[in-house]
Design a protein around this ligand. Structure first.
Ligand SMILES: Nc1ncnc2c1ncn2[C@@H]1O[C@H](COP(=O)(O)OP(=O)(O)O)[C@@H](O)[C@H]1O
Ligand SMILES: [Mg+2]
Length: 321
């Protein structure tokens, strides 16, 4: 089997937030590892506070990791500084949840889309307007809209502008952090379809963060489930959804069939009172293996590429231990 080398490779990434007065430091991300192939989407799911956003930011070097490695196109990013890092930023972009706050209200769409072209000097000044028009067409907006301001657009149109801005510098990799969570269901479907068609057309790789499991199932080739900073399960999307191996994944999936998506979102956002029982069994392997004796890793490959952490509760986490 000749595997394509991954575009993004993350190994043992950990992010520690310093303690606030009287508190303990927060291990927001703990030894997270994954790889994303060119043209592939990795979905990252887990409820609010599990460390998804921090993972995305640490991958993009917007948040400092205290350990671990992030490689993009084979290049180690965690040790890059200044110009070298700015050069790599061209290859990785971010699409955030809120299209209202992520566009400057006093800039025209043209100015917003021209900004990355100026910063990265990818297009000569005389060709910028042409490139802006091309970007708007790419996200199915009328190029004539470039003279308008963000407030003149609907939520879905603004998110298209945000996507166009991410595409301006021809990235290979985009972190989409809850990119459709603020939109109504119909617009969500349109943006998901757009992201998928752009992926096919441009060969993009996505880290697609969402707590909406139905959308992740539609978008992602592989999925990683985060629980309190750890990836507790990862594998091909259909595998993980149809044969979840970790109790937390099962709980997440059980929480899905709520007919009202807004209600479902609220449910997943809440603290997990029903997860309390997971805490008690922190030390034991759920398959009954004695890892301390065998010296094997605390995870099991249950089928090809489908890996499940075998603890209810990660022992080395700072919280709950
Ligand atoms: N800047 C920060 N300072 C301190 N703690 C933070 C900061 N950002 C996030 N956290 C904490 O890190 C954990 C993970 O947060 P986050 O990555 O935003 O989770 P998610 O995106 O899954 O909702 C949470 O406990 C959160 O409170
Ligand atoms: Mg988040």
């Amino acid at each position: 089997m000749t595997a394509t080398p991954p575009l993004v490779e993350v190994r043992d990434l950990s992010v520690l937030f310093p303690a606030r007065a009287g508190g303990r430091p927060v291990k927001a991300v703990e030894k997270v590892s994954f790889a994303i192939a060119p043209g592939e989407t990795l979905g990252l799911v887990g409820q609010s506070g599990s460390g998804k956003t921090t993972t995305g930011r640490a991958v993009l070097q917007l948040q400092k990791a205290h350990e671990g490695s992030v490689r993009l196109r084979g290049e180690e990013l965690t040790t890059l500084r200044g110009r070298a890092l700015r050069g790599m930023r061209r290859h990785m972009q971010f699409v955030l949840q809120n299209p209202y706050s992520s566009l400057h209200p006093r800039m025209t769409i043209e100015a917003i889309l021209a900004e990355p072209l100026i910063v990265h000097r990818t297009v000569p000044a005389g060709q910028r307007r042409e490139r802006v028009a091309e970007l708007l067409e790419l996200v199915h907006l009328d190029p004539a809209m470039m003279r308008r301001y963000p407030h003149e657009f609907s939520g879905g149109q603004r998110q298209r502008v945000v996507i166009a801005r991410a595409l301006a510098v021809n990235p290979d990799f985009i972190v989409c952090d809850e990119p459709v969570s603020a939109l109504d269901v119909r617009t969500q479907a349109q943006i998901v379809a757009l992201l998928k068609s752009l992926q096919e057309r441009l060969g993009l790789s996505y880290l697609f963060i969402a707590h909406d499991l139905a959308i992740v199932r539609e978008m992602a080739h592989k999925v990683a489930v985060m629980y309190r900073g750890h990836v507790v399960e990862m594998g091909p999307t259909a595998e993980v959804y149809d044969r979840p191996g970790h109790p937390y994944t099962r709980l997440l999936l059980d929480a899905v069939p709520v007919p009202d998506p807004a209600l479902q979102r609220e449910r997943l956002k809440r603290a997990p009172p029903d997860l309390g029982f997971l805490d008690g069994d922190g030390g034991a392997c759920i398959h009954g293996e004695d890892h301390a004796r065998t010296g094997t890793p605390w995870r099991h490959e249950v089928s090809s590429g489908h890996v499940v952490s075998c603890r209810y509760w990660p022992r080395d986490g700072t919280r709950g231990s």
